[in-house]
Design a protein around this ligand. Structure first.
Ligand SMILES: Cc1cc2nc3c(=O)[nH]c(=O)nc-3n(C[C@H](O)[C@H](O)[C@H](O)COP(=O)(O)OP(=O)(O)OC[C@H]3O[C@@H](n4cnc5c(N)ncnc54)[C@H](O)[C@@H]3O)c2cc1C
Length: 380
C-alpha cells in the first residue's frame, strides 16, 4: 500500500476541523495545531444553511451538530414599528438550522478523531513556507506534504505566504449573547421564525437555538458608543425595540462585542501551502455563511486532492480547487457585504429596498445562491 500523504493544519476552528476530517476520510494522515489550551468556540449560536449541513452529513458530524437544534420555517425582517417588511418561507430543500457553536465544533472534533486526525493544542503557528512547512512560536518547524492555514482572520499563514490582497473591517459590529427561553416569548404567529428587527442603524436579530435558549445579536455601528457598550444598556435597546423588552431584560451583565472582517487574497495557495476559511475569505455575518463557506471549502479541498498520489501533484490540484471554488465563495462574500449596506439607509428607504429587492426572484436567487449550492464532494 502506498504511504499516506501528510497534512498539517494551523487552526482548530470550523474550517480547520472540517478540512482535517475531510482529508483524513480520503486517507491523508492529518495533524491539527490549535493555539488555545483546548478547542474552543468563540461566540454562542450559529446559523448553518443547507450547504453547510450537507458538508456535515458527508463528514459524519451532522447528527451530533444539530441534535436539539432549531429548524426555522421563516426568515423575517421587521421595521422600526415592528411591522413585517418581508417574511420569506424557508423551503424544505434549503434547510436552515441554528445550534450552539460549541456543539458544532464538538461534532467536528469527534468526526476528526473518528477519522484518525491528531489534534495538538497550545501550539501557536507563527508562519508557513510554500514547502508545506509550519513554523511555531516555540521555535519548532513541522513539514508535511501539505500545510493548511485555517487560522482565522489574523492568519499568520496568510501573512507569511504574502497572499493578502485586502483586509477591511466593517463599521458595524455586534453584541452577541444567549438568553434562556421562556414559554410565551413569541406571539402565536411568530413561532418558528428568525426575526430581524431594524430601527435606525440598530438591529436586533432574534434566533431560537433550542427549546431552552434564544440567541440575540444586537448590531450597531462602532460609533454608536452607548449601544455597543458590552455592559448592555437595556433601557436604550428597549427604547429601540420595545416589543422585545422581555427578551432584552434577560441579557446577562456583560456580553462580547465584535466587528466583522472582509478578506480577499491574491491566491489561496503558494506551493504546497494553502489557506481557507476566514483566513482566506472572511465575510460579514449578514448571510450566516462564513462558517458554512469555511467548512464547504475544506471539503472541496479534500475532494480536489483525493486522487493526488505524490507531493509534486499538489500545487496543480490546489490551483484547480481555487479556480473551481472562488466564484461561489466570492459571490457569497459580495452579497453578504451588500446586505450589510442596508443598515445605513433611512428606515423608510430600507423598508422599500428590502421589500422590493427580496420580492424579485433574481435578488432572492443571489442572496440564497450559497445556501442552494451543492458543495463539491457532497454528491448530487
Ligand atoms: C458576529 C458573527 C456572527 C457569525 N454568524 C455566523 C453564522 O451564523 N453562520 C456562519 O456560518 N458563520 C457565521 N459567522 C462567521 C464564522 O464565525 C466564521 O466564518 C468561521 O468561524 C470561520 O471559521 P475558521 O475556522 O476559518 O476560523 P475561526 O473560527 O476563527 O478559527 C480559527 C482557529 O484558529 C486558531 N488560531 C488562530 N491563530 C492561530 C495560530 N497562530 N496558531 C494556531 N491556531 C490559531 C483559533 O484559536 C481558532 O480556533 C459569524 C461571525 C461573526 C463575527
Amino acid at each position: 500500500m502506498a504511504k499516506a500523504l501528510t497534512a498539517i493544519i494551523a487552526g482548530g476552528g470550523l474550517g480547520g476541523l472540517a478540512t482535517a476530517a475531510a482529508l483524513a476520510r480520503t486517507g491523508w494522515r492529518v495533524t491539527v495545531y490549535e493555539r488555545q489550551n483546548e478547542l474552543r468556540a468563540n461566540g454562542s449560536g450559529i446559523y448553518i444553511w443547507e450547504n453547510g449541513l450537507r458538508v456535515l452529513e458527508v463528514l459524519g458530524a451532522y447528527e451530533d451538530a444539530v441534535r436539539d437544534a432549531f429548524r426555522g420555517t421563516h426568515f423575517e425582517q421587521r421595521d422600526n414599528h415592528n411591522a413585517i417588511i418581508e417574511s420569506a418561507a424557508i423551503p424544505p430543500d434549503r434547510r436552515l438550522m441554528t445550534t450552539w457553536r460549541s456543539q458544532l465544533l464538538g461534532a467536528l472534533r469527534d468526526a476528526c478523531l473518528r477519522a484518525g486526525v491528531e489534534i495538538v493544542t497550545r501550539a501557536e503557528v507563527i508562519g508557513a513556507t510554500p514547502r508545506g512547512e509550519l513554523r511555531f512560536a516555540n521555535g519548532e518547524t513541522q513539514r508535511a506534504d501539505l500545510a493548511v492555514g485555517a487560522d482565522g482572520i489574523w492568519s499568520k499563514v496568510r501573512e507569511t505566504l504574502g497572499l493578502e490582497l485586502l483586509h477591511e473591517q466593517t463599521l458595524e459590529g455586534a453584541l452577541r449573547t444567549m438568553i434562556p427561553a421562556e414559554p410565551g416569548d413569541f406571539a402565536a404567529g411568530d413561532t418558528g421564525k428568525y426575526i430581524e428587527n431594524w430601527n435606525g442603524t440598530r438591529r436586533l436579530l432574534i434566533t431560537p437555538v433550542t427549546q431552552q435558549h434564544t440567541y440575540l445579536a444586537l448590531t450597531c455601528p462602532s460609533t454608536d458608543t452607548a449601544a455597543r457598550n458590552t455592559k448592555v444598556d437595556k433601557p436604550l435597546w428597549k427604547e429601540s425595540f420595545p416589543e422585545w423588552s422581555h427578551l432584552i431584560d434577560r441579557i446577562g451583565d456583560e456580553v462580547s462585542w465584535g466587528v466583522y472582517s472582509t478578506i480577499k487574497c491574491k491566491a489561496w495557495s503558494s506551493g504546497r501551502s494553502v489557506i481557507l476559511g476566514d483566513a482566506a475569505h472572511a465575510q460579514p455575518p449578514n448571510l450566516g455563511q462564513g462558517g458554512g463557506m469555511a467548512m464547504q471549502n475544506g471539503l472541496a479541498l479534500a475532494t480536489a486532492l483525493k486522487d493526488v498520489s505524490t507531493p509534486q501533484e499538489i500545487p496543480d490540484a490546489l490551483e484547480q480547487w481555487e479556480q473551481r471554488e472562488r466564484d461561489i465563495v466570492e459571490h457569497c462574500q459580495k452579497w453578504s457585504c451588500l446586505y450589510g449596506e442596508v443598515t445605513f439607509l433611512p428606515d423608510e428607504v430600507r423598508t422599500t429596498v428590502i421589500r422590493n429587492a427580496m420580492a424579485h426572484p433574481w435578488v432572492a436567487g443571489q442572496v440564497f445562491r450559497a445556501a442552494n449550492h451543492q458543495p463539491t464532494g457532497a454528491g448530487q
